[in-house]
Design a protein around this ligand. Structure first.
Ligand code: ATP
Length: 348
C-alpha cells in the first residue's frame, strides 16, 4: 500500500434549509492516524464524513487528501472505504461474496477476488463464516464483514460512521478494540464518527469535539479529558461536578466547599459561579460536622462512586478507591476535600 495520506478539512461549511450543519470546520487528520469526530446529536459529524466521502457536497471550504483538493473527484474514485451504522450487507450474497463485491466492480477476476476476500475475512476473524448469509450472522459478525468489505479494496482512507452503535455493549467494546488494532496494523488514515465519548477516548489518536457544526477542541484523548479547551468540552467529556462557588474580584481564585482554589483562566468578573471538578479530584472524609451527607455508594470494583449532597442540595460525586470507601455509607456526614489543581469556572 502506498504511504497513508493526510486528510484536511478547510473551512468546511454546509447548510440544509438555512440551518448550518457545518459552520467553518477546520481539521487535519495526520497520515495513518485515527481521528474521532465526537459530539452531540446534530452537531454535523455525519455531514462532515459524507462530504469527505463525496456523498454530500459542501457549500464552502475544501477537503484535501495528501494536500490535494478532491472536490472534483467523484465518490467512487476517492479510494475510500466506508462502514455505516447499519451493516448494509447484501442479503443475497454470502460473507465471502460481500467482501469480494467491491473487487468485482474494480475488474478483479473471480479467482483473485475469492483469494483476497478470504484474506480479509481472516483478518477480521471470520474465516469460518465465509459461506454464511447475513441472517445467519450476529450483528458483530455482520459489522466485521462490512469492515472487511471496506478494507478489501485497499482504500487510502477509512471512514466509519457510528459502526458500533447497533451492537450490544460487550460486542461493541470488543469490536472497537479490533478496529483500533487493525487500523494501527494497516496504518490506514481513519475518520471515526461517534457520539459515545468513552468509545472516542479509547480508540482515537486525536479526538475532535464538535458542537453546532464547529470544532470546540481537537487533541489527544488524555488532553481533551484533562485539559478541556472550553466549558462545553469539560462537561461533555467524562463526568463533571458543578459546585457553587464565589469567584474573587480579580477572577484568580474561587471559594468552593470551604476551600480556595486557583482558577484556570481568569477572564470572568468576580461573583457567583459554578466550579467544574472531576469526581476523582474530590474525596470525602467522614466527620460529624461535615458539610456533605452521603446519599449513595455505588461499588464499581476497584473504585466506589460516592454521591453526597451539600446543605443547599448540590450533589457531589467522588470516585474513591473501594478500600477507602467502607465508612462512606448512606447517611454518614463527611468533609469535602478537593484537589489543589486549578479549576475551570462557568456561569452558574
Ligand atoms: P447524529 O449523531 O444524530 O447522527 P450528527 O452529528 O451526525 O448527528 P448530522 O447528521 O451531520 O449530525 O446533521 C447535522 C445537522 O444537519 C442536523 O441538524 C440535521 O438535521 C441536518 N441535516 C443533515 N443532513 C440533512 C439533510 N440531508 N437534509 C436536511 N437536514 C440535514
Amino acid at each position: 500500500m502506498s504511504a497513508a495520506p493526510s486528510v484536511e478539512l478547510v473551512d468546511l461549511s454546509r447548510s440544509f434549509g438555512g440551518v448550518a450543519a457545518l459552520d467553518g470546520l477546520d481539521l487535519t487528520v495526520e497520515p495513518g492516524t485515527l481521528m474521532c469526530l465526537l459530539g452531540p446529536s446534530g452537531c454535523g459529524k455525519t455531514t462532515a464524513l459524507r462530504i469527505i466521502a463525496g456523498l454530500e457536497h459542501s457549500d464552502r471550504g475544501e477537503v484535501r487528501v495528501a494536500g490535494q483538493d478532491i472536490a472534483r473527484v467523484p465518490a467512487n474514485k476517492r479510494d475510500m472505504g466506508m462502514v455505516f451504522q447499519s451493516y448494509s450487507l447484501f442479503p443475497n450474497l454470502d460473507a465471502l461474496d460481500n467482501v469480494a463485491f467491491g473487487l468485482r466492480m474494480r475488474g478483479w477476476n473471480a479467482a483473485k477476488r475469492r483469494t483476497r476476500a478470504g484474506e480479509l475475512l481472516e483478518l477480521v476473524g471470520l474465516s469460518a463464516h465465509a459461506a454464511k448469509y447475513t441472517h445467519q450472522m450476529s450483528g458483530g459478525q455482520q459489522q466485521r464483514v462490512a469492515l472487511a468489505r471496506a478494507l478489501a479494496v485497499e482504500p487510502r482512507v477509512l471512514l466509519l460512521d457510528e459502526p458500533l452503535s447497533a451492537l450490544d455493549a460487550v460486542v461493541r467494546v470488543q469490536l472497537r478494540e479490533e478496529i483500533r488494532s487493525l487500523q494501527t496494523r494497516l496504518g490506514i488514515t481513519t475518520v471515526f464518527v461517534t457520539h459515545d465519548q468513552e468509545e472516542a477516548l479509547s480508540v482515537a489518536d486525536q479526538v475532535a469535539v464538535m458542537r453546532a457544526g464547529r470544532l470546540e477542541q481537537c487533541a489527544a484523548p488524555a488532553e481533551v479529558y484533562a485539559d478541556p479547551a472550553t466549558p462545553f468540552v469539560a462537561e461533555f467529556i467524562g463526568t463533571m461536578n458543578r459546585l457553587p462557588g464565589t469567584l474573587s474580584a480579580d477572577g484568580g481564585t474561587v471559594e468552593v466547599a470551604g476551600r480556595r482554589l486557583k482558577v484556570r483562566e481568569g477572564s470572568r468578573p468576580g461573583g457567583e459561579v459554578a466550579v467544574l471538578i472531576r469526581p476523582e479530584a474530590v474525596s470525602f472524609e467522614p466527620s460529624e460536622e461535615g458539610a456533605a451527607t452521603v446519599r449513595q455508594a455505588g461499588f464499581r470494583g476497584p473504585i466506589t462512586r460516592i454521591t453526597a449532597v451539600l446543605e443547599d442540595g448540590t450533589e457531589v460525586l467522588s470516585d474513591v478507591p473501594s478500600a477507602a470507601a467502607t465508612e462512606l455509607v448512606p447517611g454518614r456526614r463527611a468533609d469535602v476535600m478537593l484537589d489543589e489543581a486549578p479549576v475551570m469556572v462557568v456561569e452558574r
